[in-house]
Design a protein around this ligand. Structure first.
Ligand SMILES: Cc1ncc(COP(=O)(O)O)c(C=O)c1O
Length: 388
């Protein structure tokens, strides 16, 4: 008999299938309106599709240069320079990756060693802590306190030890929709000054900031830029999450290490997509209006929920907002989400899924990366929610 090796030890205990797959499956079974996933349900610009098709027809179908198609790296560097005023060297400080997820993995894997500690903030995007654990390091979650979900910098200061190797920042923030201010950046700079702490700054929603606020990313801050790997996602910016292309920028000393890992993880991102993005990004208007585009959707969602039983937590960026029901019921958020799918036919995500200890703030996360009809019908279904 052929024997399959038995894995008696897991590297990731307490990790199951992601909540997004679980809710997605339940949502499909009940044919629910899906406000759960952070992926648009509308089409991308057809110019992008034409660009990919053209690249394929022009025979750009083999491995790209490992760090990314040169023109795309140039466009990224131009964008960062124009938007944040920071200059990154096209050859040694810009890396195109196969998704932001992969840039996150490469960065943590390259910079974090066994025994190190990595501070991050919960609620949190789900990949950070498991990737830190896979390095034999310890993730240290600090809680953002509801309903403002601001970082308590005194707590960060008190948590830093000689083992702290990295702080993970995510602004605009998934799932809360909060953004860091210039003052936050100054606090972070002061806390990390004269240390060896690297910053992984997950800025995949960098162009989705509302109410005329600037995006306070690490590239806008000289001192922080010097210790940061800044990560973004073409999937989020151009409504093509399935294409799996992202990038990171970092000073050469950090980038050299990230590239060492990336070359063995992926070698190079998809070639035709890189050609299409390079062509498309020639016009900065393709990404500069994204904030306005999603602000309309945020406002439509809030307006359409006016008669719902939920309290809405203001969202300043990303394409998420939180809705709270704690004033009405103490029901578990995961039970509420399941009930909403089955009873009202609308899928959302329980906020507790973004905590390692399943903290239950009695809140659900809604995605407004949806066409207007879906936003209206999803919100209408949420208006029918009942709490006894
Ligand atoms: C905060 C955050 N970081 C990273 C990602 C992953 O981006 P990508 O699809 O480019 O891997 C997501 C996707 O939902 C996200 O919300």
């Amino acid at each position: 008999m052929i024997q399959t090796p038995v894995t008696s030890r897991t590297k990731l205990d307490n990790v199951g299938t992601t909540i997004f797959s679980v809710i997605g499956e339940l949502s499909r079974r009940h044919d629910a309106i899906n406000l759960s996933q952070g992926a648009p349900n509308f089409a991308c610009d057809s110019e992008l599709i034409k660009g990919v098709t053209r690249a394929m027809e022009n025979n750009h179908n083999q491995y790209a240069v490992m760090t990314g198609y040169e023109l795309l790296r140039q466009r990224i560097a131009e964008k960062v320079q124009n938007v944040y005023g920071r200059c990154y060297d096209v050859d040694s400080e810009v890396l195109v990756t196969a998704s932001a997820s992969q840039a996150i993995y490469s960065t943590i894997s390259a910079l974090v060693h066994p025994g190190d500690e990595v501070i991050y903030f919960e609620p949190s995007f789900d990949s950070y802590a498991p990737i830190v654990r896979l390095q034999g390091a310890t993730p240290i979650p600090l809680k953002l306190v509801a309903p403002e979900f601001k970082i308590n910098w005194d707590e960060v200061r008190a948590t830093i030890s000689s083992k702290t190797k990295m702080i993970i920042i995510n602004t605009p923030h998934n799932p809360t929709g909060q953004v860091l201010s210039k003052q936050d950046l100054d606090e972070l700079a002061a806390i990390t000054r004269n240390t060896d702490i690297a910053i992984l700054s997950d800025e995949v929603y960098e162009h989705i900031v509302f109410d005329q606020q600037p995006h306070c990313g690490m590239a806008s801050h000289e001192e922080l830029a010097a210790r940061s790997v800044i990560i973004s996602s073409f999937g989020k910016t151009f409504h093509v999450t399935g294409w799996r292309v992202g990038y990171c920028v970092a000073p050469q000393g950090l980038m050299d290490e990230v590239v060492k890992v990336y070359q063995f993880l992926m070698f190079a991102a998809d070639t035709p997509m890189q050609y299409a993005f390079a062509e498309y990004m020639k016009d900065p208007q393709t990404y500069l209006h994204l904030g306005q585009f999603y602000q309309h959707k945020r406002d439509l969602m809030i307006e359409s929920l006016a008669d719902s039983p939920f309290h809405i937590i203001p969202s300043s960026g990303s394409f998420f907002l939180l809705a709270s029901y704690g004033h009405l019921s103490q029901e578990k958020d995961s039970d509420v989400v399941t009930r909403l799918i089955k009873e009202q036919g609308v899928a959302t995500i329980p906020l507790s899924a973004f905590y390692t200890d399943s903290t239950d703030n009695k809140m659900i996360r809604l995605s407004f990366a949806k066409d207007d009809a879906t936003i209206k019908s999803g919100a209408a279904a949420l208006c029918q929610a009942r709490f006894d």
